[in-house]
Write a protein that binds this ligand. Sequence first.
Ligand code: PMP
Length: 453
Amino acid sequence: ELSEAGLPKAQVEAMTKRETDRYLQSNPISQKLGQEARRNWIKGVPHHWMLDWSTPFPLFVADAKGATLTDADGHTYDDFCLGDTGSMFGHSPEPVAKAIAAQSSHGLTYMLPTEDIIAVGSLLENMFGLPFWQVTTTATDSNRFVIRWCRAITKRTKVLVFHGAYHGAVDDTFVRMKNGRAIHRPGLIGQVYDLTTHTKVVEFNDVPALEAALKDQDVACVITEPALTNIGMVLPQPGFLDALQSLCKKTGTLLVIDETHTISTGFGGYTRTHHLKPDFLTLGKPVAGGLPTAVFGCTADIAERMRAAEKEAGPGYSGMGTTLSANALQFKAMRANLEHVMTPAAYAHMLPLSEKLARGIEGEIKKRNIPWHVSNVGARAEFVCAPERPRNGTEAQAAMHGPVELAVHLYLLNRGLLIAPFHNMTLVSPVTTEAQVARLVTTIGQCLDELAA
Ligand code: PMP
């Protein structure tokens, strides 16, 4: 009997069982800490995403440096998850760690600027080609505030997202498409008003649908990643992003590019690498080397329109901003990171090595005639348990195979290899080594040998 992902179901189940037992046996300290944590933490964790791994209880971390992580039981891991992008340039990069340490006894947050904002402003402009910036604390906040600005500027109420997109915990984006219509994303907690009133959704790579959705000129902005990375991986088809840009322009719709994950593409993200011209660009996660920080940037024209919108709104509360945003510590970390870590030289290491990883995994898949494939955007590579590259969110969703992914993730984790717990994502950092990549490729091959037997 075949499982959905082209592998014998019995093998997948046997591996999951054996690897679960192995995890239970080899992590007694994590298990004990996990039990103790249940006294005070809901479901035993301070943030419920920590339960999204394939393990029967969370792996407790003792230490992390570069692309290596050590758990509470003393095992070391080659880390290809890297905090799901927050540590994409390595754990505690030296310049960032030093900058944080140096600032730590000089005040952490004042709600006043420091001299660092001058340097960071020009670093951001140099990296992304956009002149004006603001700092927030998470990519979620950047996206939420940018959507507000887009509505204020355009005086339109609606936003458009692509089916399968994720932009953080932003209410306006929590829709999916069903039978061509927007619905609430299944599973939302406490959602009491109808998100579909103001949010449209179409499939990625579907130009006619996008054109139809924008033609009434009631959409304030399209917010998207240039390649969808939160539902497996959906790459833009040739011409799609050009069409998106020109349709936005034609209909007066603002374009927001969320680079939070696609910053993996190269220096300056997908936007710079592929010469996109967004009105707004948002970026969180790795921008300050792992310290909670995010930014959004815009063109001079948009900055002017923001000023006008603000004037029109009159005095009062804008609905944007959080107290700890743009604090002195964030700026020290961001400055060190942008000056010394997130550099073209870093990408010169990451990109070819990730390519090697992607082609290596692809080779292991092909050798065994398994109907899977591999996609990558720069330093982010993903193996997908289906033969064809998905063209949109619906196809990408259909290509996800929970039970197989669970077995593979556990197999790898038990052998000292971490990949992201959500689908099959790997990140290569500037300090990831050839040996680490070779080990991941070989171990995936061994795993597939067993699964396909
Ligand atoms: N945008 C994208 C593209 C993301 O993938 C994520 C998180 N996965 C976010 C925004 C939100 O980031 P955060 O959870 O740090 O707010």
